[in-house]
Design a protein around this ligand. Sequence first.
Ligand code: NAP
Length: 266
Amino acid sequence: MQKILYGKPVAEAYKERIAPKVKGRTLALLLVGGDGASVAYSKTIVKLTEALGGDVKVYRFPGNVAEKDVLATIDKLNASETVHGIMPLFPMPEQIDENKIADAILAVKDLDCLNSGNIGEFYAGRSPWAPATARACLAILRYYGVELEGKRAAVIGRSNVVGKPGANLLLQENCTVTVCHSHTKNLAKVTAAADILIAAVGRAGFVKPSMVKEGAVLIDVGINVTPEGIVGDVSPDCYQKASAYSPVPGGVGVVANVMLLQKLAE
Ligand code: NAP
């Protein structure tokens, strides 16, 4: 196995596979207010979709837009035969109930497994369509041939977008999974027993060598903006202990964007 699990070749392989189907399809992005991260993310998605021959319509609402106005737009997009995917960018301002927005999206157009129906189908093992970032972690492990069957895995983080679905995907691959969070006792003991460790904490360099098993595979989901640039949740001094690790930047992030479009291609 390659030691550095770069995201680029994984992303390229998926792009090649999905491009013929993305071509001619339209994605609608819903952007409320001027959240910097969401604006930057929307630009990345627009660029990627267009590069694959798809089309993107960005619906921009002012930060004080009423919830009903966003819901009315979703109704129209649901009914439109020329729109194939709808992606609301969270967080949205507090007058908007994100769960209502997520549940308003037609299941087949919900690209990131946001609505309750799709979430239920995924956790029940009836649908492979997990949130894109969680699928990206699995795509990297599969692409590089990491053996998962019967392995011990730990996931640090239990968010609905990464930690929980990531853990569920590993469970579906027959790993024995421990999900860790801010109340986990003896965290280092738990993570140091894991053959596969997914870090989705959102804290720069949170995972230290003492938390890593010799020969473990490390998947770093973290995107932390520091004065030194973007860094992951795994401290680089863990790398020498690992048999393989995904870098930040250049790891999960690049793959996650493509995974979002994978469902547009369905
Ligand atoms: P989040 O919703 O803030 O969740 C963070 C998780 O970390 C929570 O479950 C929290 O536990 C846990 N945590 C915090 N402090 C901890 C501690 N001291 N010990 C153990 N667990 C702790 O974050 P997220 O949305 O899952 O994102 C995680 C990271 O991934 C962020 O850096 C984010 O930027 C990045 N990310 C990347 C992508 C991508 O590559 N495209 C996509 C999404 C997110 P509690 O539940 O107990 O609070």
